[in-house]
Ligand binder design. Structure first.
Ligand SMILES: *Cc1c(COP(=O)(O)O)cnc(C)c1O
Length: 392
């Protein structure tokens, strides 16, 4: 029999909360709940009421009003709708400017949208983070131009856990009359977000990183002049034509419930993640050449990224089984290329390739962490002993 897996990859996805599963399952088959929320009959109106309740729950978690949310299939779609949608809206209807700004350390679902826009005549400035992984306000100030339309920046980095100062960056964007989009896939339900007070115009969120189902996300669109997106999809006119298609009522209800649970559990979840992160780091930090990829004070504690010298990444990952963790090429695990996010932080290729991202959640135990410590230590020692050519 194979050893039980130890799942330490909550930044990639989380298990669905049992209460959320029960709710979604009941709604999917319920005689008066499974209907199409666009139907005007009584069953349709009940489905519509379920959607409204979920919007209320999610908007409460985000500190905004339910009317400001558009349901999507996840953060990837939300990022596409926000960035491409706003870029096209502003380029065609506003001043006509085509300058956009983002960072090199963004998620692929952001960088690839900007690359596509570059191919369609938009001018993109790719900012580098400071040595701490954050975007300095001065760096952004210097990049802003008269024709800048949009700045896109993630809240919590999925590879390093680094938290960006979205309040300061947003204030700068407001002053400059530039739209500010935030990818909050890793921070929803984990860090307090009060959109009513934050200078953010567009925010992407997703359910499956906070114990909700996969395949459902949302985009927040602020009620401000000039803040609008062109739709990417065309069809039945749902959601004010911004994102048509039959609403997946059970998924939406599941997202709402997961957000409500996360809001209540936020403090306890954070403290739990903090304890686990410290336990793991204390267990491995005396190994020669080991380092945290980002400063603990600047990161969300549910993500601990560590790198180590003179250990080959691929062999390290293999040796760590049965731990489920992510490597220095994170989302693009099949690429051998070291992560561009880690390189932007100044790690050389070998360091980047040796990087392991541990990420924890509600079900992670001290025993899981202790096993992770033991596997990491054993593997590093073993690999170093196997490499006689290594210079001491
Ligand atoms: C997971 C993630 C996404 C993609 O979200 P999906 O809902 O899986 O499309 C986007 N951005 C960040 C930062 C993420 O962590």
């Amino acid at each position: 029999m194979s050893a039980p897996l130890v799942y330490l990859d909550y930044a990639a996805s989380t298990p669905v909360d049992k209460r959320v599963v029960a709710l979604m399952s009941a709604l999917s088959v319920g005689a008066d709940t499974f209907a199409n929320a666009s139907s005007v009959h009584a069953a349709g109106r009940r489905a519509q009421a379920i959607v409204r309740e979920a919007a209320r729950q999610l908007s409460k978690c985000l500190g905004t009003a339910p009317e400001r949310l558009v349901w999507t299939s996840g953060a990837t779609e939300s990022n596409n709708l926000a960035i491409a949608g706003a870029a096209h809206y502003r380029a065609t209807r506003r001043t006509g400017g085509k300058h956009l700004i983002t960072m090199r350390t963004e998620h692929k679902s952001v960088t690839d949208v900007f690359r596509a826009l570059e191919g369609r005549g938009f001018d993109v400035t790719w900012l580098a983070p400071g040595p701490d992984g954050r975007l300095a306000t001065d760096t952004l100030r210097q990049a802003l131009r008269d024709d800048t339309q949009l700045v896109s920046l993630m809240h919590v980095n999925n590879e390093t856990g680094v938290i960006q100062d979205i309040a300061a960056i947003g204030a700068l964007c407001r002053d400059a009359g530039v739209l500010f989009h935030v990818d909050a896939a890793q921070s929803l339900g984990k860090l307090p977000i009060e959109l009513e007070y934050l200078p953010v115009d567009l925010m992407s969120v997703t359910a499956h990183k906070v114990y909700g189902p996969k395949g459902i996300g949302a985009l927040y669109i602020a009620d401000r002049p000039g803040c609008h997106v062109e739709p990417l999809l065309f069809g039945g006119g749902q959601q004010d034509r911004l994102r048509p298609g039959t609403l997946p009522v059970p998924l939406i209800a599941g997202f709402g419930a997961a957000a409500a649970i996360a809001e209540l559990a936020m403090e306890a979840d954070h403290a739990h993640a903090q304890r686990l992160s410290e336990r793991l780091w204390h267990g491995i930090r005396d190994l020669p050449g080991v380092a945290m990829t980002a400063l603990a004070e600047l990161t969300y504690p549910g993500i601990l990224s560590v790198n180590i010298e003179d250990v080959e990444g691929e062999s390290l990952l293999l040796g760590l089984e049965p731990l489920c963790v992510a490597t220095g090429s994170a989302c693009n695990s099949r690429d051998q290329e070291p992560s561009s996010v880690l390189r932007a932080l100044g790690l050389d290729d070998k360091r980047a390739q040796s990087t392991i991202r541990f990420s924890f959640g509600r079900a992670t135990t001290n025993a899981d962490i202790d096993l992770a410590v033991q596997r990491y230590r054993d593997t590093v020692v073993k690999l170093r002993n196997l490499a006689p050519e290594r210079v001491a």
